[in-house]
Design a protein around this ligand. Structure first.
Ligand code: A3P
Length: 292
């Protein structure tokens, strides 16, 4: 049986995590005052958010990069719609860097000034699905689902946090001219982390020395993030949000894990719905590590 209502807060047609936000907070978002030097990292859940939060923290904050501070990545690049640590977003010193899963139509109006930069990270949705399935079974604020078969239906119907993946990415892409936005894929980051960090820096007009660039790349690898308590959300999930079992935010970090989970039939069903929903969509998705 679904307990969707217990976990999902539908606000203006989009599903939020009910247990870590509220309508009052969501209502203030549209008019939240934006600064030109704010940066928004936008993703659909499980697409590489924490990874890019870490990259942005390392690029922007010397003390994060040099480990002279012990501030969690989560507090350096906090979630806009989930202010878990009750930070004072209005008076936070610049540059403010927010992470968000918001759809294009719920972001602060000020983002249309086109000065504030938005980085949109996307990932092939079969890996998103599998990552989300495991994550939802681990974290206490999300609804657990016994089988992938059942989760697949929920995901395709958008009965999950983030609503329908197809709508999220299409919405942002189709409205890209309203914003100053760059699209980058998880798979690009995976295949060429250094090149991807350089692309991000160039978009954000941040210049790093070779040495600093090396430090960013080194601390953004899967293994190093997994063993860095600031970067892997372990404390937040286990001590603050709550977990149902042992697990890791940094679970596998690969391309193509879906192949180990989806049956041929499930995969065909996914492909059919993907085709229908993503017709004429120009961004390319990489489904397998060996693909170009
Ligand atoms: P898996 O569950 O497939 O391992 P998000 O932060 O948007 O919730 O995404 C989480 C996914 O990104 C997880 O995928 C996680 O392992 C992966 N991830 C996080 N950091 C990563 C890194 N440095 N390199 C590769 N993948 C990473």
């Amino acid at each position: 049986m679904d307990n969707t209502d217990e976990y999902l807060l539908n606000f203006k047609g989009y599903n939020f995590e009910k247990l870590i936000t509220d309508v009052e907070h969501l209502e203030m978002m549209e008019d939240f005052e934006i600064r030109d030097d704010d940066v928004f990292l936008v993703t659909y859940p499980k697409s590489g958010t924490i990874w890019t939060q870490q990259i942005l923290s390392l690029i922007y904050f010397d003390s994060h990069r040099n480990s002279t501070e012990n501030i969690e990545t989560m507090d350096r690049v906090p979630f806009f719609e989930y202010n878990i640590h009750n930070l004072d977003y209005v008076n936070m010193p610049s540059p403010r860097i927010f992470a968000s899963h918001l759809p294009y139509y719920l972001v602060p109006k000020g983002l249309k000034n086109k000065k504030t930069k938005i980085l949109y990270i996307y990932r092939n949705p079969k890996d998103v699905l599998i990552s989300f399935f495991h994550f939802s079974n681990w974290v206490a604020t999300l609804e657990a689902t016994e089988t992938i078969e059942h989760y697949l239906e929920k995901f395709l119907d958008g009965k999950v946090v983030g609503s329908r993946w197809f709508d999220h990415i299409r919405g942002w892409y189709e409205h890209r001219h309203d914003f100053s936005i760059m699209f980058l894929s998880y798979e690009d980051m995976k295949k060429d982390l250094r090149g991807s960090v350089l692309k991000i820096c160039s978009f954000l007009e941040k210049e790093l020395s070779e040495e600093d660039l090396d430090a960013v790349v080194r601390q953004a690898t899967f293994q190093n993030m997994k063993s860095d308590p600031r970067a892997n959300y372990g404390n937040i999930i286990n001590k603050e949000i709550g977990a149902r079992s042992n697990g890791y935010f940094l679970r596998k970090g690969t391309i193509g894990d879906w192949k180990h989970h989806l049956t041929v039939k499930q995969n065909e069903r996914f492909d059919m719905i993907f085709k229908k929903n993503m017709k004429n969509f120009p961004l390319k998705f990489v489904w397998d590590m060996n693909e170009d």
